[in-house]
Design a protein around this ligand. Structure first.
Ligand SMILES: Nc1ncnc2c1ncn2[C@@H]1O[C@H](COP(=O)(O)OP(=O)(O)OP(=O)(O)O)[C@@H](O)[C@H]1O
Ligand SMILES: [Mg+2]
Length: 287
């Protein structure tokens, strides 16, 4: 199905938080893969479905160790784990030095993710620039989404970064925006990035919501489900999923069937019953 690379330029705008939020509300089966060469965070943030800490030795590193002679999509789910709430994740490296020996992995990993038949993949590629080989994975994606805060310095760096992305994938920008100025912030960033590049296919938003981000480090539940972060993530997930193929060989709908930018988190409706969102569960190979 689809491969969407999520990344940032400078700072820590919230890529990992966004990957988790989007994965939790993604409209199709999905795998969140921590591909940040600087190391993953999910093991330290969220418990597994049994309530215990995730196994830090099972994930990208164990997959890389078995994939030296070739990486096939069906190998991937042998190295994933399930978070509380049901989201499947491939946890990342435990420290940046491990990435040095895995520079060969990113291209084959991108191809395997893109060929995964049973789930879309949201690949958290972290901050770009420090480890150029991650571009080999990004080049395989259907869509690369750069996250930014709305401040001028962040947007200036993002504009430079857009010019350095691999040519293949479609490009999007997501502004982590203050709910009080949600639409104007997104519009301003759209104006700047589209003036600089005619290759940005869309600019969307995600609420800057410290409480929601904090809740996302714990147990999934009704309070989190009603948070601005999750409500805006739901809108964004719908827009992103509409841009990538739903099954191998199926093109995204012409014109990308993209709903208009929502009016903002103030008007977004919480889930009717406020209940926890059950995750779609991809069928796993060999189980
Ligand atoms: N939408 C958000 N609203 C408010 N705070 C957020 C949001 N997203 C992330 N944060 C906070 O910002 C900090 C960094 O978040 P996160 O780890 O997701 O960023 P990142 O871009 O993945 O950083 P890194 O490049 O270090 O991996 C965390 O303290 C997190 O709680
Ligand atoms: Mg991160």
């Amino acid at each position: 199905m689809g491969l969407i690379a999520l990344a940032a330029d400078k700072g820590a705008p919230g890529v990992t938080t966004a990957a988790t939020a989007l994965g939790a509300v993604w409209p199709r089966p999905v795998l969140v893969a921590e591909c940040d060469p600087a190391g993953g965070d999910l093991v330290y943030r969220l418990p597994g479905e049994d309530g215990r800490m995730l196994d830090p030795d099972r994930g990208l590193l164990s997959l890389g160790a078995t994939a030296r002679r070739g990486l096939h999509p069906e190998q991937i789910f042998a190295h994933t784990q399930r978070l509380v709430g049901g989201l499947d994740v491939l946890t990342g490296l435990t420290h940046a030095e491990q990435a040095t020996g895995l520079a060969w992995l990113w291209g084959p990993l991108g191809r395997a993710f893109a060929a995964l038949p049973q789930a879309d993949v949201l690949a958290d590629c972290g901050r770009l620039g420090g480890h150029p080989q991650i571009n080999d994975l990004i080049a395989e994606a259907d869509l690369v989404v750069l996250f930014t805060r709305a401040s001028l310095d962040h947007v200036a760096h993002l504009r430079e970064r857009l010019a350095l992305l691999p040519r293949g994938p479609e490009r999007g920008v997501v502004v982590i925006a203050d709910p009080r100025s949600y639409r104007p912030s997104i519009d301003e960033v759209r104006r700047i990035v589209t003036a600089a590049s005619d290759r940005v296919a869309f600019v969307g938003g995600l609420a800057h919501d410290p409480k929601g981000a904090e809740l996302l480090r714990g147990q999934w539940g009704g309070r989190l489900d009603r948070s601005l972060l999750i409500r805006t993530a739901r809108e964004l997930a719908g827009r992103l999923a509409a841009r990538v193929p739903a099954a191998p060989g199926t093109a995204a709908p012409a014109g990308a069937a993209e709903p208009a930018e929502p009016a903002g988190p103030q008007t977004a409706r919480p889930a009717a019953d406020g209940a926890a969102v059950p995750r779609p569960r991809p069928a796993r190979e060999g189980r």
